[in-house]
Design a protein around this ligand. Structure first.
Ligand code: G6P
Length: 366
């Protein structure tokens, strides 16, 4: 009801703004990296595994894709991420030393539960879930669990569940790295410090809302949009496009920016807004040349640029300055701005933001 919404117009907006708090809640009590944070016996399991298989659907699948970048780069363990509804029906090559990780807000998604059972039937017994509902079937079915503390998420389009999943998956990354002998005490301390500072960093992204509202007015008049990201921000581009299409019904697609020339560039005209995630990382110069490819075809760039990535606004180049580059946790900051862009574009189009047509909050049948 209205009382619960407080100053917000929709649950989605309220949930976006709850992110600093619920990320803090999810990481509460994490004073150091300890396998037991994932349940009794976690150390023994983490010692035995030498690969990770992530199973999930929708937004949770994109959290898994982001985690692949983290785990492979920090813990040096190979990761496969599979869409649950595909994995359960394909022939795959199982390996007993696999940590099977399901990611689910509800813990009741039929495809993800079935994929988990399928993995187990193939002899993979080491199971862990990152889940937002402690009493769910998923938590009962998995040996290990990390319960995110996003609280009840009402908006069908997932927001705070996603960023709390990312926080939990980063913690899993550090834990696997530690067990694998890949994390020095100094690195652990630095990562923990960055995690503790996340609520403040997210708040500074939320403060960009007025600038994003101005962009959303342009987007509301479009029927298509492209989202570009590279590296660990590619899954964030996918999530940004998903958010926009789910609630505003604008057709949106995401590409890793280096893939532009292999197809989507054919769609770029003056009519095409191209949302670009521009973190100040090692790929920034390559990204700048991808941006030029778009400008050369008249495409309109809407760039979320870390303040230190030195991208200046100009003809056809709109820039919103994000905080300084936030290292490995940067995807968590960048997705928040894309959530706001989707929300305000939908609001400007007058759609039913919290209950988009044809979609359900949790899909408990196949
Ligand atoms: C539905 C929801 C999505 C969610 C997906 C997976 O499609 O609308 O927001 O990402 O299910 O749900 P889960 O509860 O397993 O994370």
């Amino acid at each position: 009801g209205a009382a619960e919404l407080g100053p917000y117009r929709h649950y989605m907006q309220k949930e976006i703004f709850e992110q600093p708090r619920v990320i803090g809640d999810t990481l509460e009590g994490v004073t150091g990296i300890m396998p037991e944070l994932f349940g009794d016996g976690a150390y023994k399991v983490f010692k035995q595994i030498d690969r990770v298989l992530v199973l999930a659907c929708g937004t949770s699948y994109y959290a898994g894709l982001t985690a692949k970048y983290w785990i492979e780069s920090v813990a040096k363990i190979p990761v496969n991420v599979e869409i649950a509804s595909e994995y359960r029906y394909r022939d795959s090559v199982p390996h007993p030393n696999t940590l099977v990780v399901t990611i689910s807000q509800s813990g009741e998604t039929a495809d993800t539960l079935a994929a988990l059972k399928h993995a187990r039937s193939l002899g993979m017994e080491h199971t862990l879930t990152v889940c937002n509902v402690a009493t769910s079937a998923m938590v009962r079915e998995c040996k290990l669990a990390y319960i995110t503390r996003a609280g009840v998420e009402v908006g069908v389009a997932s927001t705070k569940a996603f960023t709390t999943q990312l926080a939990a998956l980063f913690l899993l990354t550090l834990t696997l790295a530690q067990v694998n002998g890949r994390l020095t005490d100094e690195e652990e301390a630095a990562h923990l410090k960055a995690m503790r500072h996340l609520p403040v960093a997210i708040s500074s992204v939320l403060a960009l809302e007025p600038l994003i509202i101005a962009w959303a007015e342009d987007f509301a008049r479009k029927e298509n949009a492209l989202f570009l990201g590279r590296g660990m921000h590619y899954p964030i581009a996918l999530e940004g496009a998903l958010k926009l299409k789910e609630i505003s019904y604008i057709h949106a697609e995401a590409y890793p920016a280096g893939e532009l020339k292999h197809g989507p560039l054919a769609l770029v005209t003056e009519e095409m807004p191209v949302v670009t995630i521009a973190p100040n990382d090692t790929l920034i110069e390559k990204l700048k040349s991808n941006m030029q490819e778009v400008r050369a075809r008249g495409g309109q760039l809407y760039v979320f640029a870390d303040v230190d990535s030195r991208i200046t606004p100009g003809e056809g180049v709109h820039v919103i300055r994000m905080p300084e580059h936030y290292g490995l946790l940067s995807p968590i900051l960048h997705v928040v701005s894309l959530q706001l862009l989707a929300y305000h574009s939908a609001l400007a189009r007058g759609t039913d933001v919290d209950k988009p047509r044809n979609l359900a909050k949790s899909v408990t049948v196949e």
